[in-house]
Design a protein around this ligand. Structure first.
Ligand code: NAD
Length: 487
């Protein structure tokens, strides 16, 4: 029996806090289905305590020199790296993702964000505008109290991608993890205190959607950053609008990966595997609509299926395991439902589609799945599945594939494989997506902006671009002469 019980459900004002009046949240290990921790959803008293602490700490934090704020973030990055093994094991327990992934992709990418924004904190500046003898200048100020709301696929990374730029700019944060993965953000809160952050600067409250909604509606909140689905994004965006609050919306996708007939096929297959089966397909930017030129489709499919057959599915704590379970039974039922829809709508199932023989009895496993003969109107080509289901669609012409790739409500990401340099740039210029990759897929280092267009979201995380979403500009006009008036 595994036990991942934290000291208490919430982390507020520098300490663990419990309130057993809140609804129970069972934390289930997706690889076995066993309950590894029992937590409680935040009550109104807990929410109030967290926001009050954040409001107080923000003023103190913003008054520090940028270099001091940056030092705290960089220290937190060092602590995370030193504890990578322990934090990666917790991430695996929280999500079910294989340890070979969590060791390199979760706490480490969170540390990258803290290190990057820790450094950049010292470079935040305003501008001066000379206006004859008068002049004006701008000050870059924090927004105040930011609320972060996370999805369940990358609990550590999402918490860090929101907290790092927010804190670098002088804000405080109240973070609500997904109720499916409540454990990892608590560790970030502990580590920030150890790194020297003031109590109350980064608080974690647990809860279902109602806790997120209560946070957004509180008058003390200046900004909301959500990572979640488009339907939740609609609700959160409209609730934030009532208070005219700033928003960042990192939402879902149904991204195209386009493989031209001059592509390096083995690399294209690698990208399709990474962009559909990594994290058991639970990645927002996945290239789930794989458009393959007719001339190379047979070759591409042969290699894709052969390589997918070798995937090692199993115990996520085993370093050899490459594919773990989905996060929950509900998510697996949803994904299996899409497999049935794909078959019913006439797509050809080439591999996968079921529960692996070796994992029938426990956990929420599903095989990496490839459909061929998918058409644009099928549900599996239109809707976000958030599981390891790859759809192959044939195309023959560049203009045609661009139009089909763009014919979606989403616009998170896109990929193009070709050896023709001008075609690569021409095609990405025409694609409606926030992030495009040429001859690779799903690489999202902290140095590059990440976010969606159209239904996939508003705002950007990472890179300098994130600073615009966690700070605001104050303009100061300075008159050097007399004031003229008409009378
Ligand atoms: P979800 O939308 O169900 O939940 C996201 C978060 O919102 C959870 O913490 C949930 O408790 C909270 N929430 C739900 N209703 C709310 C409300 N009314 N008010 C405030 N908060 C509310 O998403 P999920 O199932 O946890 O995650 C999967 C989705 O997240 C997918 O659509 C995926 O594409 C998306 N995602 C996007 C990115 C990105 O960066 N663009 C990254 C990861 C995941």
């Amino acid at each position: 029996m595994r036990d991942a019980q934290p000291r208490a459900s919430h982390f507020i004002d520098g300490a663990y806090v419990e309130d057993t009046e809140g609804a129970e949240i069972a934390c289930i290990y997706p690889a076995t289905g066993e309950t590894i921790a029992m937590l409680h959803s935040a009550t109104p008293a807990i929410i109030d305590k967290a926001l009050a602490a954040a409001k107080r700490a923000q003023k103190q934090w913003a008054a520090l020199a940028p270099v001091e704020r940056g030092r705290v973030l960089r220290r937190a990055a060092d602590i995370i790296r030193a504890r990578n093994q322990e934090l990666s094991e917790l991430e695996t327990l929280d999500t079910g993702k294989p340890i070979q992934e969590t060791l390199v992709a979760d706490a480490t990418s969170g540390a990258d964000a803290l290190e990057y924004f820790g450094g950049i904190a010292t470079t935040l500046t305003g501008e001066t505008m000379q206006l004859g003898s008068d002049f004006a200048y701008t000050l870059r100020e924090p927004l105040g109290v930011c609320v972060g709301i996370g999805a369940w696929n990358y609990p550590t990374q999402i918490a860090c991608w929101k907290a790092a730029p927010a804190l670098a700019c002088g804000n405080a944060m109240v973070f609500k993890p997904s109720e499916m993965t409540p454990l990892c953000a608590l560790k970030l809160a502990e580590i920030l205190i150890e790194a020297g952050a003031p109590a109350g600067l980064f608080n974690v409250v647990q809860g279902y959607g109602d806790v997120g909604a209560a946070l957004i509606n509180d008058g003390r909140v200046d900004k909301v950053s959500l990572t979640g689905s488009v339907p939740t994004g609609r609700k959160v965006y409209s609730a934030a609008a009532q208070g005219i609050r700033h928003v960042t919306m990192e939402l879902g996708g149904k991204s195209p990966l386009i493989i031209f007939d001059d592509a390096h096929i083995e690399n294209a297959v690698s990208a399709a595997i990474n962009g559909n089966f990594y994290s058991t397909g639970q990645i927002c930017s996945n290239g789930t609509r794989v458009f393959v030129h007719e001339g190379v489709k047979a070759q591409f499919l042969e290699r894709l299926v052969a390589r997918t057959r070798t995937a090692i599915i199993g115990d996520p704590m085993d370093p050899e395991t490459q594919v773990g379970p989905l996060v929950s039974k509900a998510q697996r039922d949803k994904v299996l439902g899409y497999v049935e829809k794909g078959k019913a709508e006439g797509a050809a199932l080439l591999i996968g589609g079921g529960i692996p023989e070796t994992q029938k009895d426990a956990g929420f496993y599903i095989e990496p799945t490839v459909f061929d003969g998918v058409t644009d109107d099928m549900a599996i080509a239109r809707e976000e599945i958030f599981g390891p289901v790859l759809s192959v669609l044939a195309f023959s012409d560049e203009a045609e594939v661009i139009a089909r790739a763009n014919a979606t409500e989403f616009g998170l990401a896109a990929g193009v494989f070709t050896r023709d340099l001008t075609r690569a740039h021409r095609v990405v210029a025409a694609l409606e997506a926030g992030t495009c990759w040429i001859n690779t897929y799903n690489l999202t280092p902290v140095e590059i902006p990440f976010g969606g267009v159209k239904g996939s979201g508003v705002g950007r995380e990472n890179a300098r671009a994130a600073l615009d979403h966690y700070s605001q500009i104050k303009t100061v006009y300075v008159a050097m002469g007399d004031v003229e008036a008409a009378y």
